[in-house]
Ligand binder design. Structure first.
Ligand SMILES: NC(=O)c1ccc[n+]([C@@H]2O[C@H](COP(=O)([O-])OP(=O)(O)OC[C@H]3O[C@@H](n4cnc5c(N)ncnc54)[C@H](O)[C@@H]3O)[C@@H](O)[C@H]2O)c1
Length: 324
């Protein structure tokens, strides 16, 4: 079976590629390397069963080529930076990209797709943990809006062209190879100044965090159960933690002491306009398939911070500052 992973050189995509290759699939990756890095997939390059195409999924000719002779498309390519507000960019890299992929699937008679959507489609949900059938879906960011639009496109294609889809609404995914998100942000800031940490918002934003290994297992589980129409699954941990706690964990894992934490206050306590303040997903639907998260949010954050310390943390000053 041949799988195409769009965005396969990125954070989650490259962990998914590892899992697929280890499970014996033939894997093709298309990635424009805008955020992804070749070293994330370099262990597979040159090995039989693996193919890398450098390019943009909005390139219709290239994407048709990439989709050709594949049995399943894992569509992860996106600009995942929720903080960026540029509607044109989000539309092009999320909605238009999804449309180009679906058209390439139709042209090549490829009928199965797994899509990484996001918890941000719920916006500020009134019910928590939030189930998949929660409504109305009122995203509060361009990113969330474009994920929701992409979901709708996928559903339309499934209904019209007998495709099957698993849509996974992911919580915050953390772990090695990540290059965006709160943990990476904190490590970078502390690397340039180990005595002071600026936290966006009031630190009370409380959300679910999931380790990337658990996320990849959920993606594989949804894929294995792709036998009819469209299924939507929430994927996250079973609890939530706030940004203040995350700051404490990161500082501890970096071995720092006496760090002054400064809260910007943000927009009504949010880190930025469009930042959801509370998120916890009802994961019983994917649990019913036999998947469950192995770690709590705090454990996931700690394991991710430990791994990212190895990748991102260098002694910021020759004297070592407060690093122990
Ligand atoms: N990381 C999270 O917490 C999280 C949460 C919810 C949803 N998601 C979704 O999961 C997917 C993967 O996210 P990630 O965190 O691994 O991000 P990432 O930036 O590491 O991965 C995205 C990859 O897509 C590539 N890419 C972007 N635009 C492209 C284009 N037009 N053509 C080809 N390649 C392109 C990038 O180079 C990158 O390698 C995304 O769809 C994201 O929206 C992530």
């Amino acid at each position: 079976m041949r799988a195409l992973v769009t965005g396969g050189a990125g954070f989650i995509g490259s962990h998914l590629v590892d899992a697929l290759m280890r499970a014996g699939y033939e894997v093709r990756v298309i990635d424009n390397l805008s955020q992804g890095r070749i070293e994330n997939i370099s262990r597979w390059i040159g090995l039989s069963g693996f193919e890398f195409m450098e390019g943009d999924v909005t390139d219709e000719t290239l994407t048709r080529e990439a989709v050709k002779s594949c049995d399943i498309i894992f569509h992860l390519a996106a600009n995942p930076e929720v903080r960026l507000g540029d509607p044109r960019m989000h539309y092009r890299e999320n909605v238009h990209a999804t449309y180009v992929i679906l058209e390439a699937m139709r042209a090549n008679d490829v009928r199965r797709i797994v899509f990484t959507s996001s918890s941000t489609v719920y916006g500020e949900a009134r019910i928590m943990p939030t189930p998949e059938d929660y409504s109305p879906l009122l995203p509060i960011s361009m990113y969330g809006a474009c994920k929701l639009a992409s979901e709708a496109l996928i559903i339309g294609y499934c209904m019209m062209y007998d495709m099957r889809a698993a849509i996974l609404r992911l919580a915050n995914i953390v772990g090695p190879r990540a290059r965006h998100g709160v943990i990476v942000d904190f490590i970078r800031k502390l690397r340039s100044n180990p005595r002071r940490l600026e936290v966006l918002g009031d630190g009370e934003q409380t959300k679910s965090y999931l380790l990337v290994d658990d996320c990849v297992e959920a993606i594989m589980k949804a894929f294995e159960n792709l036998d009819h129409g469209v299924e939507i699954y929430n994927v996250g941990s079973e609890d939530a933690i706030n940004v203040k706690t995350i700051a404490g964990i990161v500082i501890e894992e970096l071995g720092l002491r006496d760090v002054e934490i400064v809260y910007t206050g943000g927009v009504e306590g949010r880190g930025w306009k469009g930042d959801v303040r509370k998120m916890l997903l009802d994961i019983s639907r994917i649990r019913n398939l036999g998947w469950r998260p192995r770690h709590s949010s705090a454990e996931s954050v700690r394991l991710a911070a430990r791994a990212l310390k190895e990748e991102l943390w260098q002694c910021p000053t020759s004297s070592g500052g407060t690093r122990s």
